[in-house]
Design a binder for this molecule. Sequence first.
Ligand SMILES: NC(=O)c1ccc[n+]([C@@H]2O[C@H](COP(=O)([O-])OP(=O)(O)OC[C@H]3O[C@@H](n4cnc5c(N)ncnc54)[C@H](OP(=O)(O)O)[C@@H]3O)[C@@H](O)[C@H]2O)c1
Length: 294
Amino acid sequence: MGIIITGSNGFLGQHLTDFISKTGLSIYALSRGENQNKITNEINYFSIDLTDEEAVKRIVENIKPSVIIHNAAMSKPDVCHANQRECKMQNVDSTYFLLKAAAPYKPYFLYVSTDFVFGENGPHDENEKPAPLNYYGETKLMAEQLVRASGLDYGIMRPVFIYGQSYENMKPTFLHWVQNSLLQNKPIKVVNDQKRTPTYVYDICKGILSMIEKRAIGDFHLAGKELLSPYQMAVSVAEILKLDANLITPVTSETFPEPVIRAKKSGLKIEKARTQLDYNPISFQEGIRLTFNL
Ligand SMILES: NC(=O)c1ccc[n+]([C@@H]2O[C@H](COP(=O)([O-])OP(=O)(O)OC[C@H]3O[C@@H](n4cnc5c(N)ncnc54)[C@H](OP(=O)(O)O)[C@@H]3O)[C@@H](O)[C@H]2O)c1
């Protein structure tokens, strides 16, 4: 079984390529530039710009995949807002090119989406109507719609606020930012009026593997089980790492004005994944310990 994973140089992409390759499945990792993955060298890596339709067609023709995990994206809402044309190319057009190229081989197509397709009043379940609040969310929703209309067997997987171990060549997560600031005795202000269900990266990897094995069709939310504010998360990090939580001040979102609207109360419900995928995420406390190898 040949599995294409796009965006393999990104945070989730690196963890996912490592995780899936350890199961013995045959991985074809696709991303821009050089291979950045320092966790594993057990992969076939191909440098590609997924907005190049011809290149996408060629590579899919060569691999003839039985599974495609489309994880690549312009993933920062502020960057998407400021670069809407590029964002649409990376998040929507690339999805279209992949689906079109894949059609003759009928792979299972797993699209990595986001809670940002929803608006307020989370946590959301899979039956809720999406209502994105910003351009990033809009493009992820457009890509979801292309996937649903493709005629392929598809799964749409939505995670929230991903965290986990950060290796060389990976962007540090929010947890690492908190750790680094507190280690330097730097006071930090952290938002306390937004809620998320933070997702431990290896829970997502396990959930994705289960989706592939079951060829699970439809939408699945893979998130953590606790609804927490970034402030609550930061305090937990301080407590578990035995750092000074007094350096953390809770503030409202208005303290950091930004052009992008973000939901105050987001988060995703995971009952469907629990029953249909045997998805059983760890607690946030446990996730912190694993993130910092404690
Ligand atoms: N991080 C989160 O908390 C979170 C939450 C919900 C959903 N998600 C979704 O999860 C997925 C992974 O997120 P992430 O945080 O791991 O993202 P990330 O670190 O930004 O990685 C995305 C990867 O996609 C690659 N990519 C983007 N456009 C490409 C193109 N045109 N051709 C080839 N590769 C391209 C990027 O390449 P470069 O390295 O060259 O830029 C990057 O390596 C995304 O689909 C995101 O929307 C993330």
